[in-house]
Design a protein around this ligand. Structure first.
Ligand SMILES: Nc1ncnc2c1ncn2[C@@H]1O[C@H](COP(=O)(O)OP(=O)(O)OP(=O)(O)O)[C@@H](O)[C@H]1O
Length: 191
């Protein structure tokens, strides 16, 4: 792991069924850096992010991290009956954080649907709820799977500002992205 690196992945490879999904992927995330993962549908971007998050075991290679990470999956991880307020209270409690949840919901543009079960939320509201987890606890490494999906212009600006602020404070971001990145990044990794 290079000195000062937040996350280091070396020669990562994985098989899916009989085929090699990808091999020899190496990356290093420095404080303040943003890395964008690109590739066709099915290329393995989500799989690589899951490996970096420690949720999927790679066949080859190694991952080391300097500090905790946040993982925001493409599927937001909200239960059908859970409201945005419930979701954030639950995670705040799990992480031992005392957070003014109503204020956080307001900051994320979620005051109106704060008490609406997830099964009735719009896709953008679900995504904003999941992204609000990034603000529950300071963690240096953000692993984001298509984070701009379903966000309107205001939501995109909000996330851009969150990423920019995180990087200014020395955090790093690795995001799988389709199309326009939506934010300034330093490095692009093709899967
Ligand atoms: N647990 C699994 N078992 C078997 N195959 C899997 C598993 N998880 C993912 N795959 C396969 O691995 C491939 C890569 O999937 P992945 O979701 O990582 O791609 P992606 O680049 O993120 O795609 P997209 O751009 O469509 O989101 C796909 O063909 C998928 O079906």
């Amino acid at each position: 792991m290079s000195v000062g690196s937040l996350l280091y992945g070396n020669n990562i490879g994985i098989m899916r069924g009989e085929r090699v999904l990808f091999r020899d992927v190496s990356l290093s995330l420095s404080p303040g850096e943003a890395i964008v993962l690109r590739g066709a549908n099915g290329a393995g971007k989500t799989t690589l992010l899951r490996i970096l998050a420690g949720l999927t075991q790679a066949e080859t290679g190694e991952v080391s991290k300097q500090g905790a990470h946040h993982w925001i999956a493409h599927r937001e991880g909200l239960k059908p009956h859970e409201t945005p307020a419930d979701h954030l209270r639950l995670w705040a409690r799990a992480w031992g954080q005392t957070v003014e949840v109503r204020q956080l919901l307001a900051d994320m543009g979620l005051s109106k649907p704060a008490d609406v079960p997830a099964k009735y939320l719009s896709a953008g509201q679900r995504r904003r709820t999941a992204l609000a987890r990034l603000r529950l606890e300071d963690r240096p490494i953000w692993l984001l799977d298509e984070p701009f999906t379903a966000l309107d212009a205001d939501g995109k600006s909000l996330l851009q500002a969150m990423i920019s602020n995180h990087r200014t404070q020395g955090g790093g971001v690795i995001a799988a992205i389709h199309g326009e990145a939506g934010f300034e990044f330093d490095t692009q990794v093709e899967i």
